[in-house]
Design a protein. Structure first.
Length: 144
């Protein structure tokens, strides 16, 4: 009778745990920074009840941004011939592309209460996520 043993690679498990912790910290830091951005946007004239500037909305989208960004980062690192060069080009392009919905929001005003200060706040939130996430991705990518 054949038996199968399951071997756990502690390095892989430790590496995954380390990555998860780094990403959790990145989400917490980015949400905290985006809370400040939301408060500034509201003090600059955005309605306090503006949906995208409420904590549940921006916390969710901040977390999704960090997680989806990590997935993209990991895919590029695994599949690109020169991941560093690819990421150096992709990060700014994706960041700029993330502004497209905000610009459309400002032009079309499909969410009631949209103001320039609200949209600028949302755009700054995108920059905050990138500024926090990219160093976290670099740190998580370095195996120690």
């Amino acid at each position: 009778m054949a038996t199968t043993t399951v071997r756990t690679d502690r390095h892989t498990t430790g590496s995954r745990l380390r990555t998860a912790l780094i990403l959790i910290v990145a989400v917490v830091v980015a949400v905290a920074a985006n809370s400040v951005v939301a408060l500034v946007a509201i003090s600059a004239g955005a309605p306090a009840t503006y949906g995208p500037l409420t904590f549940p909305a921006y916390a969710l989208f901040t977390a999704l941004g960090v997680i989806v960004g990590w997935i993209g980062w990991s895919l590029v690192r695994r599949r690109a011939r020169d991941p560093r060069r690819a990421l150096t080009m992709l990060v700014p392009v994706v960041t700029l592309a993330s502004f497209i919905p905000d610009v459309l929001l400002l032009v079309l005003r499909f969410i009631p209460g949209t103001t320039v200060s609200a949209v600028v706040g949302l755009m700054i939130m995108h920059l905050v996520v990138v500024a926090v996430a990219v160093p976290a991705y670099v740190w998580a990518s370095n195996r120690s």
